[in-house]
Design a protein around this ligand. Structure first.
Ligand SMILES: Cc1cc2nc3c(=O)[nH]c(=O)nc-3n(C[C@H](O)[C@H](O)[C@H](O)COP(=O)(O)O)c2cc1C
Length: 195
């Protein structure tokens, strides 16, 4: 059941040397491939990083998060940037009509780096994390890294940026579960918003 799986999930940052088979990697990638996206645009590429030297370099780019080097598999979620000529800003103007003018004025490069395409990769990543866990593989999301440096290291074309990294592996040490907020703290019904 999905909730059992979610209950088991926690960020693991200490992986064993055991390699993940290509069959399982394919299963994880398939879970990402089947994700929904706005307009079914599928604005992503999934970079499979299984070269240890590259993984070590990436751990440095991720502000020296050394634990990353214990993983034998990183998946780098990359997103394509929808250009203005293809209506790249239209979705945000529609979502925030009161900010239409500001969105239009925003510097092109800054806008493209912050636009919503980036967030869509989190859906694919979430599926991947669960698909991995089904196979006894733990993971941790990584957002804390230098985006431009990673793009360069992976030879990404200019219209793609790496948005998230997920480190996968068989656990060596599984830490204590962190406490989650209760349903009462995070849910409201209808227009009865509660802090
Ligand atoms: C989008 C995202 C980015 C994250 N980036 C990092 C990161 O750069 N480094 C890290 O050690 N953990 C990172 N985490 C893991 C969080 O710290 C972790 O999910 C949170 O503490 C809750 O713990 P749990 O995953 O065990 O439930 C990230 C998690 C998410 C969802």
């Amino acid at each position: 059941m999905l909730l059992d799986l979610l209950d088991k999930r926690c960020s693991v940052r200490d992986f064993s040397d055991k390699k993940i088979s290509q069959e399982i990697i394919n299963y994880i990638l398939e879970a990402g491939r089947l994700s929904p996206s706005g307009g079914n645009e599928q604005p992503w590429k999934f970079g499979v990083i299984n070269d240890k030297d590259l993984i070590i370099k990436i751990s440095k780019i991720a502000y020296n998060q050394e634990w990353i080097a214990s993983s034998n598999l990183l998946i780098v979620l990359c997103t394509t940037i929808v250009g203005d000529e293809k209506g790249g800003r239209d979705i945000q103007k529609a979502r925030f009509p009161e900010l239409k003018v500001e969105i239009e004025k925003m510097d092109k490069e800054l806008y493209s780096k912050l636009n919503q395409e980036e967030h869509q990769t989190k859906i694919a990543g979430t599926h991947m994390v669960l698909a991995a866990l089904e196979n006894g593989i733990d993971s941790t999301w990584i957002s804390y890294f230098k985006v431009t440096q990673l793009a360069k290291l992976l030879n990404l074309p200019k219209d793609f940026i790496p948005t998230e990294i997920i480190a996968f592996g068989y656990p060596k040490n599984r830490k204590e579960f962190v406490k989650k907020k209760s349903i009462d703290e995070i849910v409201f019904y209808n227009n009865d918003f509660k802090r």
